[in-house]
Write a protein that binds this ligand. Structure first.
Ligand code: FE
Ligand code: FE
Ligand code: ZN
Length: 277
């Protein structure tokens, strides 16, 4: 069965997220480790995490995906912003050891005029300073739309980051359908070719998660505006191709579409029906 869920609010804690996921028919979910636009994280209660773990078993939920805050920019120009990125990465990764089977997704960053090469160097440097031997969490670089000076629009840039990371066996990729589409990869017209390119440049074994979002803009627009599944430029048939593809269908899928819970529930049902039909 398709392992699909959506982004959920973490404001009521871990058990509440797992219960919400179950209530909308999700088999996984994504959450922010802290305020996406702020800084400090609330304390995580061991008893709440334990209750969530127990609920996972009864509800058939697995592969929770933690998302780093948007303000984390490991390749910022300002020293202060880079220091915040390092602190946040280190703190998030330390906390996430509480949650078995969790993966951690972050936006590689924006080089703000320093150039992609310097951006790549700084991102890898941040990972080399914060990953450790024996850590459990797999860290995912998210494919980006290429808005502004974002690093990670192309598979080659992501590969260049991974090549510089010492503990690269702890690093994978989260493919965001809206982002790769906006970045110029035609997943609607030729999914097969995009996956071949992914295989050649990064290796499909690196692909660990998929963000499912339609896009408000045409392929290559580099805008990053998410749309509901089937209501954007990527279109319903492309999503059918993605959730049924033999190389993708075993991965966990996370919706980040502009929806409330009832909208997510409907999209989960729709995509499940496509995957099973
Ligand atoms: Fe993201
Ligand atoms: Fe995403
Ligand atoms: Zn996005």
């Amino acid at each position: 069965m398709l392992r699909i869920g959506c982004h959920l609010s973490s404001s009521k804690g871990f058990l509440a997220m797992s219960q919400t996921a179950e209530s909308i028919g999700a088999a996984t979910f994504q959450f922010f480790t802290r305020n996406p636009r702020g800084g400090a994280a609330k304390d995580w209660l061991q008893e709440d995490v334990d209750a969530m773990k127990e609920h996972f078993g009864t509800a058939g939920i697995a592969s929770p995906l933690a998302h780093a805050p948007y303000t984390l920019n490991a390749c910022a120009k300002e020293e202060r912003t880079r220091a915040f990125a390092l602190e946040t990465l280190a703190d998030d990764l330390r906390r996430l050891e509480m949650i078995p089977g969790v993966m951690y997704n972050f936006h590689p960053g924006s080089h703000v005029g320093q150039g992609a090469e310097e951006g790549i160097r700084l991102i890898a440097d941040a990972l080399n300073r914060t990953l450790w031997e024996g850590m459990h969490t797999v860290v995912l670089l998210e494919t980006m739309a290429g808005k502004g000076t974002e690093v990670g629009r192309s598979f080659e840039e992501l590969r260049a980051v991974i090549d510089r990371v010492e503990l690269s066996d702890r690093v994978g990729i989260c493919l965001d359908t809206c982002h790769v589409w906006d970045g110029g990869y035609d997943i609607a017209g030729d999914l097969e070719r995009v996956l071949e390119e992914f295989e050649q440049v990064l290796g499909l074994s690196r692909l660990r998660a998929v963000h499912l979002n339609d896009s408000m803009n045409p392929c290559g627009a580099r805008k990053d505006r998410h749309q509901k599944i089937g209501q954007g430029c990527i279109g319903m048939e492309a999503f059918r191709g993605i959730v049924t593809h033999p190389k993708l269908r075993e991965l966990p899928f996370y919706l980040e579409t502009p929806n409330e819970l009832d909208g997510y529930q409907a999209e989960i049902q729709l995509l499940r029906a496509m995957a099973d039909g």
